[in-house]
Design a protein around this ligand. Sequence first.
Ligand code: SAM
Ligand code: SF4
Length: 333
Amino acid sequence: MPDAGPLLDTHGRVHRDLRISLTDRCSLRCTYCMPEQGNEWLARESILSTDEIVRVATIAADAGITTFRLTGGEPLLRRDITEVVRRLAAVESPSGPVQVAMTTNGIVLAEKLDELIDAGLNRLNISIDTLRRDRFAALTRRDRIDDVMRGIAAAAASGLRPLKLNTVAMRGVNDDELQDLVAFALDHGAELRFIEQMPLDAGHTWNRSTMVTREEILESLSQRWELTPVPGRGGAPAERWRLDGGATVGVIASVTAPFCGACDRLRLTADGQLRNCLFSTHEFDLLPALRSGAADAELEEVLRRCVWAKLPGHAIDDPSFLQPARGMNAIGG
Ligand code: SAM
Ligand code: SF4
């Protein structure tokens, strides 16, 4: 294992993107992510402090990470979220300042957006699976679509670009809205990104038959637009297409067209566990080193070991596939 240079795994993949989960708490209870009730929350004392997050992020940036994506749970529920963004935006990697992105459900975004942008937020993904109030309430188990719409409107008006909207496509739930969701995104100057539903729900109820595949999404969109592939995907999870030669749409086909071979992502959970894959069943615990006065070099070694241990792919299709014990809200999407 190299002890300097970029974060490299045994398959030659260089890691540039650190997903930082700020909390496992959330203002919604999306069916594909969290249970309606009875979630086992992370222990409060294990949640990383902002100083601890910034320390790990700075060490990661020194080792070549160039983007921090803040996620959760709902990252905007973290009380000092603006401070977290401000401090992470000030981190430098050897190639220059890092980019700070966030994935949010948008619920309190309208109130917080100006201060987040002022603090240095560079990019935003907002999740929206349906445009219909009844469906939104059933899917998220909360009647909060108006708050999300205000958040999306604020983001559209802010000029923060690229702006992305995330939609998990689900059979019999929102598969009749795919074109409408794309049109909605276009109206807001945003790119819609469809995500294939993955086996990461807390109830372990994922079933391939309820997942809408990349092929089905493209089939639906091509009824309304001419789709032209956008070349140069690199390590990005989304494949992108131009719609009638203009604006773009993306599909993240983690299940039917996995992109593990180009994966450059590493995850830090809110309780200080490093994960080299969404689907990891093994984690690398940073807490003991972080809380026992270890030197930066020791923390960096844990980062490098975690990346080095990364498997070639997530193997959802393998009969031996095991869904991780944590739900998506506790991993960080
Ligand atoms: N709460 C924020 C949000 O919803 O945007 C951030 C965390 S959420 C876990 C990040 C992304 O993961 C969201 O776009 C959500 O739709 C997606 N997601 C959650 N569970 C998923 C699953 N089982 N399969 C695919 N995507 C999922
Ligand atoms: Fe909350 Fe995001 Fe999970 Fe929905 S997907 S329950 S908004 S963490």
